[in-house]
Design a protein. Structure first.
Length: 542
């Protein structure tokens, strides 16, 4: 269907309140509608873009139309150029923050004279440092641009990752864990912000599912690498884990250097001295920019190298309508974190050698990829967030109950492995919730901060999760697993609360909006000083 046909349909719906549009239309702000049909609205946003010095303002065109085939071609280019490299960079992140589990399978703790409690401390210090760096990193990224800041981050943390090959004991272990956390913190919300410049709100969760799929792909690749590198134990007098840190750190460094050349600042800035023709034709640039603005006009209310001011930061922090999502982030991954962190230690405890242990982690990562993509596709198809994301805790609950009360745990070697594999194959809802947070922010400044706050919540939950399994509770971790069951049940209720909260908030606004005349609505749109999700004409996704 041609876009001008969609514009004609939008003219008939443009006088409706957001509540009167269908759920699939996301309040008239998706790629199939044009909120700029009304000349007054189009002019209002043109003034906003000029005031903000939005970098793509010169290609803003409320009357532009394009075909479905053209849009699909543009999206394919975006996926190959933008999304694919985002996955490569996430691979670099996961290599250096996830290889510790593989290193400890090679007796790293014994080599350094440490215990599992020291291991817990290292994980907690990493996550605390990661958490503390989230918001400052996001503010730096918004000021200088994620296309500059992210490559700098990757290069810096890769140097620290390489230095881990020279660890001497608990002190150096904790120091490198802290440095890695400080340098990696903010990377994920920075990437999400960058992707939001190119994709619509409906497309973003799907691309984020590819993004987090690379997490499991990384685990598979690094497990195979670990199988090879750990065989180097004894070479140059080193443990295999030292070679693991060295080689994988060098891989990350290469990705960081490449990122300086692979991250354009925006759709209108893909041309460079090393890429004179850019990635898109002039028409494709116009399509990329205008489809994103029609989905969410607020994406042009800040320049991509404009800092978030203190008033904007305060507004974002006190936006209580996003707090349910932060609360979800705080506890949603606690039930799965300890079994994930201890997977290699558990397998070694079952009697598997270091090489078999790393190979046995591959199956759950494969299933994790499949379930992640299926879950996110289901969310997009049904246009549902909370109910679909609820499948994650519903999957993990029976597995955790079995892990706590099944008599065969540890006793039945392969049965225990099968149970943990099923547990860690759970459908990962992170991509859905990150996209949900971005969609409900409805403002570039708020989106920058909310992405960091949500990820900070996740890291805070992970710090708590690092202490669920205690040395005195091993090998069955009965008390720890019982606590995980309790938290898992709380996660289920929290998802249901978020769903009903956003439905209730939308109904509140519907009543006020419907009581206003058409003239009052138009005047409100033009004169309101509220922004983001605080606007009366905005409806929350749920």
């Amino acid at each position: 269907m041609a876009k001008d046909a969609a514009i004609k349909e939008t003219k008939e719906a443009s006088s409706l309140a957001p509540s009167e549009l269908s759920d699939s239309e996301e309040s008239g702000y998706n790629s199939n509608t044009n909120p700029f049909v009304d000349p007054a609205t189009a002019e209002h946003w043109r003034e906003v873009y000029e005031k903000s010095q939005y970098e793509c303002r010169h290609v803003y065109d409320p009357t532009l139309s394009w075909t479905e085939a053209e849009e699909k071609k543009v999206i394919r280019k975006l996926d190959w150029r933008i999304c694919l490299w985002a996955c490569v960079m996430f691979f670099a992140l996961q290599v250096d923050r996830g290889n510790l589990a593989q290193a400890v399978s090679d007796n790293m703790l014994d080599d350094l004279g440490m215990t599992t409690d020291d291991y817990n401390d290292g994980n907690s210090i990493f996550r605390l440092s990661f958490l503390l760096a989230e918001l400052p990193s996001q503010l730096i990224s918004k000021k200088i641009g994620p296309d500059r800041w992210i490559p700098i981050q990757i290069v810096l943390w890769s140097i620290v990752a390489i230095s881990q090959c020279a660890l001497t004991g608990r002190g150096s272990f904790l120091a490198t864990r802290s440095l890695l956390g400080l340098l990696e913190g903010g990377f994920i919300p920075d990437i999400v912000l960058w992707l939001s410049y190119f994709y619509t709100s409906n497309e973003l969760p799907i691309r984020l599912s590819y993004f987090w799929t690379s997490l499991s792909v990384t685990s598979i690749i690094t497990s195979l690498l670990a199988f090879a590198l750990l065989h180097l134990r004894g070479v140059n007098g080193w443990g295999g884990w030292r070679w693991l840190f060295l080689v994988e750190g060098i891989i990350t460094l290469a990705v960081g250097i490449g990122s300086f050349f692979m991250m354009p600042a925006s759709a209108v800035q893909t041309k460079a001295w090393f890429r004179p023709n850019g990635w898109f034709t002039d028409r494709e640039v116009s399509i990329v920019v205008n489809r994103v603005l029609r989905d969410d006009p607020s994406k042009g209310d800040m320049h991509n190298r404009e800092a978030v001011t203190l008033p904007r930061l305060w507004e974002a922090l006190k936006d209580y309508d996003l707090w349910p999502l932060y609360a979800i982030g705080l506890i949603e991954f606690i039930p799965s974190t300890p079994p994930t962190q201890y997977i290699t230690l558990t397998l070694r405890g079952l009697g598997f050698n270091p090489f078999t242990t790393n190979l046995l982690t591959i199956p759950y990562n494969v299933f994790h990829i499949i379930n992640l993509i299926l879950l996110t596709q289901l969310s997009a198809k049904l246009n549902q967030r909370a109910y679909v994301a609820l499948l994650q805790p519903l999957w993990t609950l029976p597995c955790l109950i079995a892990l706590r009360w099944w008599p065969g745990v540890i006793v039945d070697k392969w049965g225990t492995y099968a149970l943990i594999t099923v547990l860690l194959s759970y459908p990962y809802a992170h991509a859905i919730i990150v996209g949900w947070t971005s969609r409900n922010s409805n403002n570039v400044g708020v989106r920058s901060v909310s992405a960091a706050l949500y990820n900070m919540s996740v890291q805070a939950g992970s710090i708590t999760a690092s202490y669920v399994y205690q040395n005195h509770d091993k090998p069955l971790y009965k008390k720890g697993n019982q606590n995980l069951v309790i938290v898992n049940i709380a996660v289920i209720f929290l998802f249901l609360f978020a769903k009903f909260y956003y439905v209730w908030r939308n109904k509140q606004r519907d009543r006020i909006w419907k009581a206003m005349t058409k003239e009052q609505r138009t005047a409100y749109t033009k004169t309101t000083t509220l922004s983001g999700s605080r606007r009366l004409d905005f409806r929350f996704a749920h």
